[in-house]
Design a protein around this ligand. Structure first.
Ligand SMILES: [Zn+2]
Length: 252
């Protein structure tokens, strides 16, 4: 996600320099983590919808897992539901962070709608501009997973398998929408990797830095994790309770 995130910061800085606000596009889109509290707390959004937009032949396999992982950490008394839809993005085969944002806001709708929060997961044909990137988080409510690259990352003898990697990447990018690691708060625990900002240094966490790269199999020897570790969860609990201050929140 770091590529998409970096590009967005530059873009957002230049926009705010010229226009003062990213609201010129309509709803504020924010940065990854900008709707973390909206998910973790129930103050404004009582329910949530996860939208999976995929091209033909790119069906996501981790929709229920994503829902389960969010249910473990988010306060949504009205429930979390899945909306899956086959779409045609019409983008060509190479995706930039801007392309992902554009496609999502073209095909999808607002993130904040009355009391329901909407997050979008795109599964397009093709690869990211850097084709070693398996997934990106590009704003407060949008991620993409590049299944063509996920397949490339499958190891010899099927270890790790493409399915295993896709599950991990899907949850990893969603973790960035939750603000992990240190995107919109500062953890009291030292678990951010010093060489990979925004990522965990624990290879048993789904937020481990190598998870979104095609060389994932070279860096993780055992099982590929698809869950947040105790430190990630402790951060999320601290954010939800207000013990950890959160910046850049879109609605609070
Ligand atoms: Zn990442």
């Amino acid at each position: 996600m770091r590529f998409g995130f970096t590009v967005f910061i530059i873009l957002s800085a230049s926009i705010s320099g010229c226009f003062g606000d990213d609201e010129i596009f309509g709803e504020k889109r924010g940065i990854p983590g900008g709707l973390a509290l909206a998910c973790l707390q129930d103050d404004r959004f009582d329910s949530m919808e996860l939208h999976f937009l995929y091209e033909q032949g790119y069906d996501p396999i981790a929709m229920n897992l994503a829902k389960n992982r969010l249910e473990e950490v988010c306060d949504k008394p009205g429930g979390i539901s899945i909306r899956a839809k086959e779409v045609e993005f019409d983008n060509g085969n190479v995706w930039s962070a801007d392309d992902v944002r554009e496609a999502r806001w073209d095909v999808g709708d607002d993130a904040m709608d009355s009391n329901t929060l909407h997050w979008y997961f795109l599964f397009p044909e093709g690869t990211y501009t850097d084709n070693s990137v398996l997934g990106v988080a590009v704003d407060a409510s949008t991620v993409a997973v590049f299944k063509d690259s996920v397949e490339e990352s499958e190891g010899f003898f099927g270890r790790p398998s493409g399915e295993e990697v896709e599950r991990a990447v899907t949850i990893h990018e969603m973790g960035h929408l939750l603000g992990l690691v240190n995107l919109v708060y500062q953890s009291p625990i030292d678990h951010e990797d010093s060489e990979h900002p925004g990522h965990s240094n624990n290879e048993d966490s789904v937020m481990y830095w190598a998870i979104e790269s095609t060389s994932i199999g070279n860096f993780i020897s055992g099982e590929i994790p698809d869950e947040f570790d105790a430190d990630d969860k402790s951060d999320l609990v601290g954010m939800a309770s207000g013990d950890l201050d959160c910046s850049n929140q879109l609605w609070s």
